[in-house]
Design a protein around this ligand. Structure first.
Ligand SMILES: Nc1ncnc2c1ncn2[C@@H]1O[C@H](COP(=O)(O)OP(=O)(O)O)[C@@H](O)[C@H]1O
Ligand code: SF4
Ligand SMILES: [Mg+2]
Length: 333
């Protein structure tokens, strides 16, 4: 049984011009111990999918799905209290904006003390304070914070976004969740320390069998750290499958364009040469093209593309395109 099982998830919100669908029938499935990347340009709906799993979208948003299950439990039918319990124990999320997740009126040290789970604590009542201090110190060291004493005394506004994000990651891993959703976890962290965070995630995955949904627009991270990927464009899933196979040979024109936009430093780019990407930009949700949403930007588009392409499965890979990058007869229609 998959740990996370999402079928036809749609997320809509009301605007003065009418209801808008920001996420459209997205599918996403994760097995226990899997590391999946969720990729796509900014605005493609990745964070909304994560927030729908966590149940933290406010009442402005309308979430519907044929299936939205965690470990067999239907998340949409849980009460707010049941959902909070599940999120506290089993599913954790590292947010894109770390400083908004920390309390600005409290020191980092106090917040860490308050949020530290005591399930593993096997010492007497009088030794608990010391146990907590040691545990927090070790967590901060694991995320690459060496000057733990100084950081603990600071308020969030006195620290850089990168340090705040490391603190958030330390708080998250303290819970030993079964599913970790990491939304652009290292964007605000300096390049040298990003590797350490990903290594920590991999260690959690290997030692504790934690499943990780890594949300990012950085394909290099996805290539290095995930086993499977789901590619989103404009609120829809366009391709999903094994990371290595997709990088070797993408089937969907959008996946190919994303990969071609990756700077490969081993391929010699001539001075000031353009990165090959798609022309145009992502359409707004109020002005989506009919049929395939990539249509106006797609170099392979033909008349048939005014019809919405269905999700197909070929060689274990899912994709939605009338003219995928495959050498079969369908491409001659
Ligand atoms: N609070 C909001 N109000 C209005 N539109 C929003 C809001 N949050 C997200 N959106 C819209 O929903 C779409 C998906 O956003 P998001 O999930 O944040 O994308 P991503 O994480 O892939 O960058 C975008 O078009 C964005 O403009
Ligand atoms: S369905 Fe048509 S427009 Fe859409 S990605 Fe495929 S070829 Fe391009
Ligand atoms: Mg986002």
């Amino acid at each position: 049984m998959p740990l996370l099982d999402i079928r036809n998830l749609s997320i809509e919100f009301d605007t003065p011009q009418g209801r808008v669908r920001a996420v459209d029938r997205v599918n996403l499935s994760m097995n226990p111990g899997e590391i999946r990347g969720l990729v796509g340009e900014s605005g493609s709906g990745k964070s909304l999918v994560a927030k729908a799993i966590m149940g933290i979208l406010n009442e402005r948003w309308h979430v519907s799905a044929d299936r939205l299950r965690y470990n067999g439990v239907d998340l949409l039918s849980l009460s707010a209290k049941e959902r909070r319990k599940l999120m506290g124990h089993e599913i954790a999320m590292v947010f894109q904006e770390p400083s908004s997740s920390l309390d600005p009126n409290d020191t980092v040290g106090h917040q860490l003390h308050e949020s530290l789970p005591m399930d593993d604590c096997d010492v007497s009542f009088f030794k608990r304070k010391k146990w907590r201090q040691e545990r927090i110190k070790s967590l901060l060291h694991q995320v690459g914070i060496r000057d733990d004493e100084r950081v603990m005394k600071c308020y969030p506004h006195e620290l850089s976004e990168g340090i705040c994000q490391k603190v958030m990651i330390a708080m998250t891993i303290a819970y030993k969740p079964r599913l970790l959703i990491a939304d652009e976890p290292t964007t605000v962290i300096e390049a040298g320390a990003q590797e350490q965070i990903f290594k920590l995630f991999r260690k959690l995955n290997q030692l504790n069998d934690v499943s990780i949904l890594l949300i990012t627009h950085d394909l290099a991270h996805v290539e290095n750290w995930t086993q499977t990927i789901t590619v989103m464009y404009c609120g829809q899933t366009v391709e999903s499958g094994d990371t290595k196979q997709i990088f070797k040979r993408p089937f969907h024109p959008y996946t190919l364009a994303l990969m071609q936009s990756m700077p490969h430093f081993d391929n010699k780019l001539s001075h000031k040469s353009q990165l090959s990407t798609l022309s145009g930009c992502v359409p707004t949700l109020q002005h989506l093209p009919i049929g395939c949403r990539l249509g106006p930007r797609c170099p392979r588009a033909q008349k048939t593309c005014v019809e919405i392409p269905k999700m197909e499965k070929v060689r274990g890979r899912y994709f939605s395109c009338h003219f995928p990058l495959l050498d079969d007869k369908r491409n001659d229609k």
